[in-house]
Design a protein around this ligand. Structure first.
Ligand code: BT5
Length: 327
């Protein structure tokens, strides 16, 4: 359940410059008007500037301009995730900090968040552009009691969490491109990087890094990615509260992770496939030895791609080059 406070912020943000009446807020949130007034006072204490006019209602004049450990914690209704928060205005990569913290014993559920990354990391040494104050650059430290072989399932789980939040909280229609990108209108809005420290059959820790483009305009996106990247601002034509998104993502992540530990992977697999980009369609696959067309059927328990060759044979693929956007 998202917190009342986050819903309130989102309602105010949605109405943008316009006033929204106390009655409407009270109806939407199902709390009294005096409770609304109290929430407004708390928001002001937290750095929001709110204007209230007796015959018109409320509107946000300005947001607290900075994320902080306090503003993220405020209203975060979770049991274990985000109980320990490290926030940096600028850092090389939240993954670097997360590894240091995890090696020093940081608890399961510790999160690291930065306004800006100067050396954001993608997979295989690629870089991740992390414009200051315009996106969510987050790392989560996990200490799951699962086999290292199951670790890829956590990347898939993370993708479903992000897709769920984008779908139900931001009202957009995300698709997950195997294994770990989230697309809106065929453009990448989320990247996920999972890194693990493990010994034979024990995971010491996992760091899940999530980059979500939130308030970048087209001009904010570096030219080399502008034709294949997007942001929530570009897609919805309005700004979104990064703090409220972080809280929503952490809450949804915790719920989904707890269910996964209890019930295993099948529910995640089903959800992933419901968002899967090009599932049921023909794709061209290039491996080291081969180049062929096949139908993309879905994913396997271990995160592999399940495909059907044109001769009807079914195969699992762990690494392959796929031209997802062929015309
Ligand atoms: C990823 O790698 O997509 C994983 C990105 C993970 C970023 C998070 S942010 C918090 C944490 N701290 C970090 O340092 N990293 C994690 P990959 O699948 O390899 O995709 C990288 C490619 O995505 C790049 O080569 C670009 O083409 C593209 N790209 C880079 N920045 C982007 C952005 N902001 N939006 C969309 N695409 C981007």
């Amino acid at each position: 359940m998202e917190s009342t406070r986050n819903k309130l912020i989102q309602l105010l943000a949605d109405s943008s410059e316009k006033y929204i009446s106390g009655q409407l807020l009270s109806d939407e949130l199902q709390i009294s008007r005096s409770a609304i007034w109290k929430h407004m006072k708390e928001l002001e204490k937290d750095g929001y500037q709110i204007e209230g006019k007796s015959n018109k209602g409320y509107r946000i004049i300005s947001y607290p301009d900075k994320l902080s450990e306090n503003t993220i914690r405020w209203g975060l209704e979770t049991n274990w995730i985000g109980k320990s928060i490290i926030h940096k205005e600028s850092t090389t990569s939240t993954q670097h900090i997360a590894h240091d913290e995890a090696r020093n014993g940081a608890a399961h559920g510790t999160i690291i968040i930065a306004d800006e990354q100067t050396n954001g990391k993608g997979r295989m040494n690629r870089s991740w552009f992390s414009t200051k104050g315009k996106g969510m650059w987050l790392s989560i430290i996990l200490r799951p009691k699962i086999s290292p072989l199951q670790a890829p399932q956590l990347t898939l789980l993370t993708a479903t969490v992000l897709a769920d939040v984008l779908h139900s909280y931001c009202n957009v229609q995300p698709l997950i491109k195997w294994p770990n990108d989230i697309l809106l209108h065929d453009k990448k809005i989320v990247g996920i990087l999972t890194e693990m420290q493990a010994e034979q059959d024990i995971i010491n820790y996992i760091v899940i890094g999530i980059g979500l483009n939130v308030n970048q305009s087209k001009d904010d996106l570096p030219e080399e990615i502008s034709h294949r990247a997007t942001s929530l601002l570009i897609e919805t034509e309005k700004e979104h509260s990064i703090k409220a998104l972080i809280q929503e993502i952490l809450t949804t992540f915790e719920k989904s992770y707890d269910q996964y530990i209890k019930n295993g992977f099948p529910e995640i697999k089903q959800k992933w496939e419901s968002y899967g980009f090009k599932i049921g369609e023909e794709i061209t696959i290039k491996t080291l030895k081969d180049h062929f067309r096949a139908i993309f059927l879905g994913i396997e328990e271990d995160g592999a791609l399940r495909i059907k060759r044109m001769d009807g044979s079914i195969e699992k693929l762990y690494s392959a080059e796929i031209d997802w956007f062929e015309k």
